[in-house]
Write a protein that binds this ligand. Sequence first.
Ligand code: BG6
Length: 485
Amino acid sequence: MVSPPPQRHLFVVFGATGDLMQRKILPVLFQLRASGKMPEGSLVLGVARRPIDDATFRALARSSLESAKVADAARVQAFCDASLFYQSVPDETAPSFAALRARIEAIEREHGLPGNRIFYLALPLDAFAPTLTGLGVAGLHTAPGWTRVVIEKPFGRDLASAEALNRLVHQYFDEKQVYRIDHYLGKETVQDLLVFRFANMFIESLWSRERIDEVEITVAESLGVEARAQYYESAGALRDMIQNHATQILTLVAMEPPATRDEDSIRNEKVKVLQSVVRIAPGDVVRAQYTAGKLSGASVAGYRQEPGVAAQSDTETFVALRLKIANWRWQDVPFFLRTGKRLPAKATRVVLTFKAPPVSFFQTSEEYEANPDRISILIQPDEGFELAFEVKVPGRELRVQTHRMVFHYRDVFGELPDGYETLLVDVMLGDPTLFVRADEVEESWRLYEPLLRSPPRLSFYPAGSWGPAEAESLVREWGHRWYTE
Ligand code: BG6
């Protein structure tokens, strides 16, 4: 199905001088304009506190786009000069937002835009509420055309703050206007989970407690905290990765087929999964922090030695947990989730392990070790799927070996688009399917409330390892071993 092209609009970014805009959003907007996915004549208005003018903002953008190597200098300059504007909003007072409104209207008038507006909040959590209020008080929640508001993660830091933020959002915006970003939902393999499951009868017929023994979701990173200690110290891996990215993957793996392909059918099924998760107790979770170690042969510092991190920081950089989903499809099947920084590799994948055959008459051979069949969904890098199954080694002697059948997207489709590209086009088109609905974000916080209230004791692991020994024991008690390849 081909969607109609997006309509011309003004794309307003709060936090326009910040890292996310300069490193990620701006290059994506450039690409979308260059490929025609952002309609000709649409403009970008950067908003931040800094008192700079259009020319200085364009120079900043130019240097970011040049470092991102999106195109040659002449094309970058042409884009910046023709499409970028800047408005300083030095504080959250009504006059500052009234000035913003006047500027928006002036740009729209001058360039003949129809009054369609996207407000992208690329801001830290504590700036969401005052910005939303500022927009509402200035009357910017309505426009001559449509208005959409995009809110970055983290959406709250616990259930109460997420509920409060939702109340504030709904004071001014209808839920249909709100796009809560989880950039994992923009990744092709995450989206393809639905096609993989619901367009392939042989897969879906195996996808339940009848055939599946356990499910592992790993979101591993080799990067450390980098220059983000200020944010990360108040977040930690549970808030940064588990509550959102890993939980979103969990919902897509576990959900029932939606009634239709529309956004509410899909999101309703995802919410039902969250509602069926059995309460996760602190004993079902291991929290850990990396110490100094070696990664790819190089020595790397421990978390507490990273710039900006407190010498006695209790923030976790690793979480492993086990849970069950009490519904007809998944009753009694263990799900294991794990994320961490400074692990040996960047690897996001889901592994579904099948039950063993009820009787095995091959086990007479000494060399044969039972390897249950597996489906691995390789979310990144090397996006694709892998099926591990048993075959007979040719010869008179009966020997069995595990083999893998692999499908990699890049072999068939080349480079995949960036997740942000997909999501920004969806916002421009007005399709909220790949964004997190209000009740969904609240349910996902609700899952982790007991852990946020009484966090389990912190363990430690050397950088470059797959996490602490406690993470192994946690899953061994439920009969599992983490996959490391
Ligand atoms: C972000 C987290 O949401 O996702 C980061 O804040 C993390 O800590 C990043 O590094 C990982 O994203 P990706 O797309 O590189 O897997």
